[in-house]
Design a protein. Sequence first.
Length: 149
Amino acid sequence: MTECPMEADALFAAIHDQWAPGLREHVAGCPVCADVAVVAGAVGVEAETAVAAVELPEAGRVWWMAQLRARREAAKTAGRPITAIQVLAFSAAMGLLGACFGATSEWFQGTVRWAGAIQLPWTTVAGIAGLAALVLVVPFAIVAVIGRD
């Protein structure tokens, strides 16, 4: 036999230790209900032991920790746009620095003129365009990654 119509009653009685008249006799004679009562009794004892061992923190400490967490999350949320602006400003500064270097350095300008005189195949031009696109996309990728945290 794998089920008994009195199984639920035996489970309730074993958990709450409230035995109805005649139910103890049934549990003693029914192997299914006997197993349920033994397991439920053991689980009930362990639950009572665990509940007695739990130490709840003080309400003031819980409130304080919740306030700290809320402040940390607010600061993190407020810092995201600032970080994005910093990344964009850094990118613009590097671009401006590169433009100033290119405009003032004679050997760099000579190299650019020499490279301009060379006939580049389309694959090299596409590679240079891809590199330029990468330089423009990287700051936005950094902002996206930082924004996920």
